[in-house]
Design a protein around this ligand. Structure first.
Ligand code: HGY
Ligand code: MN
Ligand code: MN
Ligand code: MN
Length: 407
């Protein structure tokens, strides 16, 4: 039986699959992702799963139910990471799913459904700017406009797919219909402090925050840093600096969260007043209304501050995903699994962090189990989990998966 210790050792092995020598960085359709697929495919096969890679770049494994071709109970998470990532965001969920499949391998052949495990790609959206590409392909909500997205080197998503051995013309074959699936269950680290504050190992997710990502381009005038008096300046970076603080102030006042994670400055010379700046905005809220109201107020504020400085502003939308409610029947099964695992009373938590379930909810019901993570740290190499929490999670997930399969 694959133990929690074995799952954590596999997370350590996967952490070596990186596009950078000195930290963990595994982006969509990179050699590091291919290396990760090699390891996970071996573990899937050892768990008795038939494996394949779909045309979106997701790694899939399947065990048939009592007859071939039955709808599948889908388990999984993602195998891509943010730059300088921790080793559990995504990977823990995929490897817990593989471990549960292995624990149930002798039973699935009697089930009224199949069991599948998926390692989604591009949940983070770190390379091409949008996100959930793998899970949106599986959900059948793919947009062909995404093929023209370019990464920092100018490589299009279509070219990256071909370089990875995929055929963009076949992306539709990755899509599942509602009749192909029973439900989707994902285990994931909480990426927040609630379970640790309550001294709980596990949490059952009630809902996932809605998200939006957009770029704001601020254009002024590049001029000589010495010879240009202030009244003549249209400094795009000074304007962008005010914008960054306005993003924080507006979201905070509305009880939402918004973050500027990227700032690009041109021409980027010490002695030139910046003429053009592009900043990223990542906006999340418990409801789509709160998200959209924050966006509306923020953009109005940005327009005002740009006008006051003689700057022009262009907003480019990159990504939007709805606030997602986890299905009640799946939450019940996960709660029962937590009780059976001997963990405390099940604790309901919401997820300000985004997950593949925001895409998969378009095609089937979604449930999530959270595992406590140290100090809520994530998207950082200090990400950490306790073996006993992962052991409790494996027991709870196994019980819940068996329950859902027979509902
Ligand atoms: O950004 C997120 O919330 C997730 O980790 N992709
Ligand atoms: Mn993440
Ligand atoms: Mn994640
Ligand atoms: Mn996720």
């Amino acid at each position: 039986m694959t133990t929690a210790a074995a799952v954590l050792a596999r997370c350590d092995a996967l952490a070596a699959c990186s596009d950078r020598p000195d930290h963990l960085d595994r982006a969509h359709l990179t050699p590091a992702l291919a290396a990760a697929h090699g390891l996970v495919e071996g573990w899937m096969t050892a768990a008795g799963l038939r494996t394949w890679r779909d045309q979106a770049g997701n790694l899939c494994g399947r065990a048939e139910g009592r007859e071939p071709g039955l709808p599948a109970l889908l388990l999984g998470s993602h195998l891509d990471t943010v730059p300088d990532a921790g080793r559990y965001d995504g990977m823990l969920g995929v490897l817990m799913a593989v471990a549960v499949a292995e624990r149930l391998r002798d039973e699935v052949a009697t089930w009224p459904c199949a069991l599948e495990v998926v390692g989604f790609t591009d949940e983070e959206g770190a390379r091409f700017g949008t996100a959930l590409l793998g899970s949106r392909a599986l959900a059948g909500t793919w947009d062909d406009a995404w093929w023209a997205l370019r990464d920092a080197d100018g490589t299009t998503l279509a070219q990256a797919a071909r370089d990875f051995g995929l055929d963009p013309a076949l992306i539709g074959t990755a899509a599942r219909r509602p009749t192909d699936l029973v439900a989707y269950l994902e285990a994931h680290i909480e990426q927040g402090p609630l379970l640790e504050e309550a001294d709980r190992s596990l949490g059952v997710v009630t809902s996932i925050a809605g998200a939006q990502r957009f770029r704001v381009e601020v254009v002024g005038e590049a001029r000589h840093a010495g010879g240009t008096p202030y009244p003549r300046r249209r400094d795009a970076l000074a304007g962008a600096a005010e914008a960054v603080l306005l993003v924080e102030r507006t979201a905070r006042a509305r009880g939402t969260v918004a973050t500027v994670g990227q700032l690009h400055v041109e021409p980027g010379a010490v002695n030139v007043i910046p003429g053009r700046v592009v900043l990223s905005v990542d906006l999340r809220a418990a409801t789509d209304d709160a998200r959209d109201a924050t966006r509306h107020e923020l953009l109005a504020g940005l327009e005002c501050l740009c006008a006051a400085r003689g700057l022009s502003m262009t907003v480019t939308d990159l990504y939007e995903a709805p606030a997602t409610t986890c299905a009640g029947w799946l939450r019940d099964a996960l709660r029962a699994g937590v009780v059976a695992s001997g963990d405390d009373e099940p604790m309901d938590v919401w997820s300000p962090a985004g997950h593949d379930g925001m895409a998969v909810t378009a095609v089937t019901d979604v449930g999530m189990l959270f595992v406590r993570c140290h100090d809520g740290i994530s998207h950082h190499p200090d990400e950490a989990v306790r073996e006993r929490d992962v052991a409790a999670g494996l027991d709870a997930f196994t019980t819940a998966v068996r329950d859902v399969a027979h509902r």
